[in-house]
Design a binder for this molecule. Structure first.
Ligand SMILES: [Zn+2]
Length: 196
């Protein structure tokens, strides 16, 4: 008998869809889009449903939210269930394509409450997004104990060379406040093994 492997299922928490503004809402600025993402990160910790990180993919033509994501590492039993990857995977499922940069799609932007870790950074060029918006810096995540992995110092420039515009420090104080709140609440720091 071959082994019966379970399907790999990652679910966003139940509160998230209820918490979202109406789907027709148009987000006209990067700050507006980040405000939503930081709020999702805050709710993820207040609801006890994951780490202090959220992200979302937006359709840049319409300004509408395409797919939200929140960190689901612990609840999902999945070390790769970072908010950025949750949002990208959901956007790709909803559009029916592995490539958000395909000619049949509007340009897509990923907004993330904290700069991408080494794993998520590696996933960005394959996703097809054309724009990345970041709130807190990776040193902010490190400040509360998360390991962001090994990234080249010039990673924003590397992304730009691959056609992805990068905007940093958008609502950074608000995003940092969520990280610190998670620490102050005694939230789990779930790194595997950090470099010495
Ligand atoms: Zn990540």
């Amino acid at each position: 008998m071959p082994p019966s492997y379970p399907n790999i299922v990652l679910r966003l928490p139940d509160w998230l869809e209820v918490a979202l503004p109406p789907a027709e809402r148009i987000y006209t600025s990067r700050e507006e889009r980040m405000d939503l993402v930081v709020d999702l990160a805050r709710q993820n910790i207040e609801q006890g449903s994951g780490g202090p990180f959220a992200a979302a993919v937006f359709d840049l033509d319409s300004g509408k939210l395409l797919a939200p994501g929140v960190n689901q590492v612990v609840d999902g039993c999945c070390s790769i269930a970072h908010a950025e990857l949750m949002a990208l995977m959901l956007a790709q499922q909803l559009t029916g394509s592995h490539d958000l940069g395909g000619s049949s799609h509007p340009p897509c932007e990923l907004v993330t409450s904290t700069e991408p870790c080494a794993m998520c950074l590696g996933a960005l060029p394959w996703s097809g997004i054309v724009s990345l918006v970041c709130g807190a810096r990776d040193e902010d995540a490190r400040e509360i104990g998360f390991d962001e992995g090994d990234k080249p110092n010039d990673w924003p420039e590397k992304l730009k060379q691959r056609g992805i515009a990068v905007y940093r420090d958008v609502r950074r104080p608000q995003a940092l406040a969520v990280l610190r709140k998670y620490r102050d609440l005694g939230g789990q720091i779930y790194n595997g093994r950090s470099a010495p």
